[in-house]
Design a protein around this ligand. Structure first.
Ligand code: SAM
Ligand code: SF4
Length: 365
């Protein structure tokens, strides 16, 4: 019997997965894409309330009891690494809000797959970095992306509904002073909000030895207020930057979401993640694990594969060794089923497109 996906909004009984499903080979989908990148959302909670991601109030939080524990995260990550995943990206919500974040990084960094230890990266708003960065590096963190949509204080407060620009800047300074490179700074470009600041943001990034990356706003806000007309497109971003620098494409993008350009032929680059106007689904190698144990094969998927019934079938330690092996086999089968179920593309541009029920903070960006 094959694994049973869960449609968002409904809770299905524990999935029936075969204990003897083949557990070998790469995570290859039916469109020829091999999956090597697992985005692990650690929480849906956050210290900010960015308008394009979360509502100001009234968010429906995930139940605390459904949030994956350190052991559960490690277990899924180990199965994924054995199946060829080579990068774990920790995200959320705000991943640094997890009090066990250093231990999570330490455990994941110790995992060994067929190609060695996976790389551990993190996407964060940066607010707790000054406090925890040395321990994270010691635990095995190798790369950080920090989100910063504006360097103007009042604008930051309006956009994130919190007056914490100084804390984010301190987080960026902490990474700049550390050996972690490349440091990437992500901004969602928004019309009438920060589209007059694109050049300033690139200059800020260059001054902080970071790569600036602009993201097209996607229909993933918890309030479902996304509107195509107000979206700033890749072409508009390039036009604005082209007035200040000559932009030469950097070849060799591979499966990376960002297209990159060299600024004035020099060492600095800028990236654009054009998920809406220039989707890169054909090269997508990413899977997502939500903080409450749902596997997703796409940001925009409306189907989830529930790992909780497998992870929690019996209290940890109460199963025989054979039982634990079966648990791992079932997790592997679910992972493969999720990959096989992946569609060729996200269809945002199709009139029948349906925004996922979860906001970005509950999926993991
Ligand atoms: N809290 C961390 C942060 O902000 O970096 C990690 C989680 S956040 C959901 C991950 C990334 O998703 C951020 O770079 C954020 O800007 C981006 N993001 C959130 N909502 C988005 C949307 N509707 N469209 C495009 N990007 C979005
Ligand atoms: Fe929090 Fe990141 Fe979402 Fe902003 S984008 S509200 S920092 S999870």
């Amino acid at each position: 019997m094959s694994a049973v996906p869960v449609t968002i909004g409904t809770r299905m009984p524990p999935p029936a997965v075969s204990a003897d499903a083949p557990a070998s080979g790469a995570l290859l989908d039916t469109h020829g894409r091999v999956h090597r990148d697992l985005r692990i959302s650690l929480t849906d909670r956050c210290s900010l309330r960015c308008t394009y991601c979360m509502p100001e109030q009234g968010n429906e939080w995930l139940a605390k009891t459904s949030i994956l524990t350190l052991d559960e995260i490690e277990r899924v990550a180990r199965i994924a690494a054995a199946a060829g995943v080579t990068t774990f990206r920790l995200t959320g919500g705000e991943p640094l809000l997890r009090t066990d974040i250093v231990e999570i990084v330490r455990r994941l960094a110790r995992i060994e797959g067929p190609e060695g230890h996976p790389e551990i990266a993190m996407t964060t708003n940066g607010i707790r970095l000054p406090e925890v960065l040395p321990d994270l590096i010691d635990a095995g963190l190798s790369r950080v992306n920090i989100s910063l949509d504006t360097v103007q204080r009042e604008r930051f407060r309006e956009l994130t509904r919190r007056d914490r620009l100084d804390d984010v800047l301190a987080g960026i300074a902490a990474v700049q002073a550390s050996p972690l490179r490349p440091l990437k700074i992500n901004a969602v470009a928004m019309r009438g909000v920060n589209d007059d600041e694109l050049v300033d943001l690139v200059e800020f990034a260059v001054a902080h030895d970071a790569q600036m990356r602009f993201i097209e706003q996607m229909p993933l806000d918890a309030g479902h207020t996304w509107d195509r007309a107000s979206m700033v497109t890749r072409d508009e971003i390039l036009t604005a930057l082209g007035e200040r620098w000559s932009l030469a494409p950097v070849p060799g993008r591979g499966g990376a979401p960002a297209e990159r350009w060299m600024l004035d032929g020099g060492e600095h680059t800028v990236g654009v993640i054009a998920s809406v106007t220039a989707p890169f689904c054909g090269d997508c190698d990413r899977l997502r694990l939500t903080a409450d144990g749902q596997l997703r094969n796409c940001l925009f998927s409306t189907t989830e594969y529930d790992l909780l019934p497998i992870l929690r079938a019996d209290a940890p330690g109460s199963l025989s060794e054979r039982g634990e092996t079966k648990r791992d086999t079932d997790l592997d089968a679910m992972l493969r089923s999720c990959v096989r179920g992946k569609l060729p593309g996200h269809a945002i541009n199709d009139p029948s497109f349906l925004q996922p029920a979860r906001g970005m903070n509950a999926i993991g960006g």
